[in-house]
Ligand binder design. Structure first.
Ligand code: ADP
Ligand code: MG
Length: 483
């Protein structure tokens, strides 16, 4: 895995990583405060050989001690020692358990034996260490004596063990070690957080950039609609929001759509996506509104008969609309509503059989009639993958727009939707990359007027397009005039 991928994952999930680090440090601190302190006390013994005064004998005695001292160290934890210490100090512990808290080591090349005892009480640690040291020297001397039967003093031992350093009560515990626990907690938290972030990044197949959408679907991205927290309250980017980055992005979609249609004349455009909540209704509503603003007579049809939302966006009546016409209850003119110059056909009452209704010949006829009356017919639809409603309907359209929600829709869903449209023989005009993260500079208005910026310059927006302008040319194309 590349370092860049790891750093990107960390940057994206830094709050989670930080949370893991804090939890790790808290766990380290908890372990420190909750664990019982353990103290260690140490006594030291010196092994000497009982020898005469001449150098030769001294030399032999020293070699003897060096050879035996390692074996003596193993005797420190023997039962002969521990049992005696337990009874003499009146300890509430078993000899074997005590043995587990005693360590003895004889540094190579020396005749010294260090005895270390661990205990939860500092004074007791020292008492045990001293008791062990004295009992141990007795045991060894008795073992080495020529007459091992007690009393030991009567026998003659060739070695003598003297306590050179008695144990004293330690001032600080050896465990817990707060710095070590905190450092371990921090490291564990960091590793866990970073691991989870990298795993999430690896498993995340959502599309983060418009280029990724094109790479996956081979569709041009006609516009990237920035995420705007005002959007749920104000679905239509008009009025006070008319100059927002979101409104500009919808105008950009209109312009690009007009260019995407060169040579043909799709008037009926279905706006769809793979899954619910990707921004289909927002796109359909704002595109239709933007076309109307651009002087193109437009009709918006709410053909999402599962979750209709167009009426709400304009504050219109929902209960009279498309389905009334489809079942022959009303004529188009009876139920068509108007919102600021835009004609809107809301869903009407929700039928039990939306799939059949939307794929019916009556629906095809209705769209043909609308296409005859309007320069553009924008159809909001149900998502492609969970239900079959849009599959039949899309075949009546001249073109489709595929909405892809940034960082949310899994790549395989997007591809499945694009392939479904292709299989149906529907001409997909392009993708709309919805709720994309706003580049930081765009939030400050930098890049305004810069054609290379992510949110391109809005097309000039005169109330009526002048002849020869981009808009009027686009309008002419929509009307099917070729110039
Ligand atoms: N550009 C945007 N920024 C923030 N929220 C958005 C944006 N576009 C749409 N939304 C919100 O996302 C949700 C789904 O949008 P909607 O257009 O209803 O999707 P769909 O029709 O695909 O189900 C709605 O709550 C809507 O307000
Ligand atoms: Mg919708």
């Amino acid at each position: 895995m590349e370092l860049r991928t790891i750093l990107k994952a960390l940057a994206r999930s830094w709050p989670a990583v930080l949370a893991c680090i804090l939890v790790g440090v808290a766990a380290g601190w908890g372990a420190t405060t909750l664990s019982t302190p353990v103290y260690q006390a140490r006594a030291q013994l010196f092994v000497s050989a009982q020898s005469g005064g001449d150098t030769m004998e001294l030399q032999q005695g020293n070699s003897f001690s060096l050879a035996r001292v390692q074996s003596y160290a193993s005797i420190v934890t023997s039962r002969q020692v521990t049992r005696h210490v337990v009874s003499s100090l009146g300890l509430d512990t078993k000899p074997d358990e005590l043995a587990g808290r005693i360590t003895a080591e004889a540094p190579i090349g020396t005749v010294l034996i260090n005895i270390t005892v661990s205990d939860t009480e500092r004074r007791r640690a020292a008492d045990i260490a001293n008791a062990v040291a004295y009992r141990f020297s007795d045991v060894v001397e008795r073992l080495e004596s020529l007459d091992p039967a007690p009393p030991a003093s009567a026998a003659k031992s060739p070695v003598k063990l003297s306590v050179t350093q008695t144990a004293s009560a330690p001032s600080a515990p050896v465990s817990p070690r707060p710095a070590l626990n905190l450092a371990a907690g921090l490291l564990a938290g960091l590793l866990l957080g970073a691991g989870a972030a990298v795993l999430r990044e690896t498993l995340d197949t959502t599309l983060k950039t418009a280029d990724a959408v094109t790479a996956l679907t081979s569709l041009p991205v006609l516009s990237s609609i920035p995420f705007d927290k005002e959007s749920p309250q104000q679905p239509l980017a008009s009025g006070a929001a008319a100059h927002s980055a979101r409104a500009e992005a919808y105008r950009h979609l209109r312009t690009n759509l007009q260019f995407a249609q060169i040579g043909e004349r799709p008037r009926i455009i279905v706006v769809t996506s793979s899954l619910p909540g990707e921004g289909k209704t927002s796109t359909a509503v704002n595109l239709a509104f933007s076309l109307t603003e651009g002087g193109i007579s437009t009709c918006l049809v709410d053909a999402d008969l599962r979750s209709p939302a167009v009426a709400h966006a304009f504050g219109l009546v929902r209960d009279a609309g498309l389905t009334n016409v489809l079942i022959g209850q009303a004529r188009i003119g009876d139920v068509m509503q108007s919102a600021g110059g835009l004609s809107v056909l809301t869903s009407g009452p929700l039928p039990p059989n939306p799939t059949e209704l939307l794929a019916s010949e009556r629906m095809a006829e209705l769209l043909r009639d609308l296409a005859a009356d309007y320069e553009a017919v924008i159809v909001d639809t149900a998502p492609l993958l969970p239900v079959a409603d849009t599959a039949g309907l899309a075949t009546f359209a001249h073109g489709a727009l595929l909405v892809v929600r940034a960082g949310k829709t899994p790549g395989d869903r997007v591809r499945a939707a694009a392939e479904a449209l292709h299989t149906l023989g529907v001409r997909t005009l392009g993708a709309v990359f919805s709720m994309s993260p706003m580049p930081r500079y765009a939030a400050y208005g930098y890049g305004y007027g810069d054609s290379s910026a992510a949110w391109p310059t809005p097309a000039p927006m005169p109330p009526r397009p002048r002849t020869g302008s981009v808009l009027s040319r686009g309008a002419a194309l929509l009307r099917g005039e070729t110039k």
